[in-house]
Design a protein around this ligand. Sequence first.
Ligand SMILES: O=C(CCC1CCCC1)NO
Ligand SMILES: [Zn+2]
Length: 368
Amino acid sequence: MTTGYLWDEIFGWHDTGTGSLFPADPDVGHQPLNHVAHPDTKRRMHELVCVSGLIDHLTRIAPRPATQEQLRRVHTAEYIERIVRESAQPKGGDAGDGISPFGKGAHRIAALGAGSAIAMTEAVVSGAVDNGYALVNPAGHHALPETGLGFCIYNNVAIAAKHARAELGVERIAIVDWDVHHGNGAQAIFAEDPSVLTVSIHQDRCFPPDSGLIDERGTGPGEHYNINIPMPVGCGDGAYQYAAEAVIGPALHAYAPDLVLVASGFDPNAMDPLARQLVTTRGFVTLTRTVVEAARRSAGGRLVLLQEGGYSPIYVPFCGLATIQELAGVHVLDDPLLPVVGGMGGHDLEPHQKALVDRAAAFVADLR
Ligand SMILES: O=C(CCC1CCCC1)NO
Ligand SMILES: [Zn+2]
């Protein structure tokens, strides 16, 4: 098994400022604080991959900037122009919702992330590696054709999927989004496209507001090819394991994609400030095992994971390490926090959690 890995130091230079989540404002008490999406969390994950020795089991894939044509498969020219323009300003700008600030040069960094998603996808589809993890920054899964949103500038996973369909001869793609926030971008971009199955498991109505409801199932020819699993707050490893066994695995088996892409956010983790789930490294191992097995069954193992959210600088590195270990089939380090986060309760499957997952499981029968 060869697993590709991609990181570039410039991802650690994405400047999200000191607005924490809102601009510092002494008049209302907002003190300056690193933005929750500060790149340090992802940089720490990369450093743990290196210091743990896991990097020695991985094949380094070179980052590459997305071309204008590749960005334009998803985003409008006007939007890209605005990002390019604001990125040239000394003070940078915002992706589009007022809480996604970026510094000077953000377009170059975000375009490198999107192009790196393509580079990893090409490496996997060509067989250079069996599967891969691209630790890109900023995240992308909320970005829409005409605007960024929720810290996302360019929709990396959608850009990679469009490229695989247009340039790599891939017919059927499944996008699994396990970031704790709804994968609204891919859902919208592929809403009418049955050649791309989108599955999002997320905390119910956390972000974007009122997005990712269970009855959002695709439209027109794409109807039934979007599955949302809006998990109630407080879901731990047991609930996520049941969702993987009852929905994610069966949906991928029924759809039989030629390539599996994962929007890999670690913000379901039990120590994350931007959601209220209880997932530990055990949960991410279960999710990873599920997509590895699905890709083995129908896609020749072709599987690409792209970094999305995750805001606990303490725990995200270990969640990422556990995920990449499972992807690569190696084990270099246990999760030292598991006795803490795994011993605080909340990991048994609860009846209300099972009931929600069972509602989503019923949709698998509609997949062809
Ligand atoms: O991790 C994210 C960003 C979510 C935040 C955006 C504003 C409040 C929650 N999306 O996946
Ligand atoms: Zn998120």
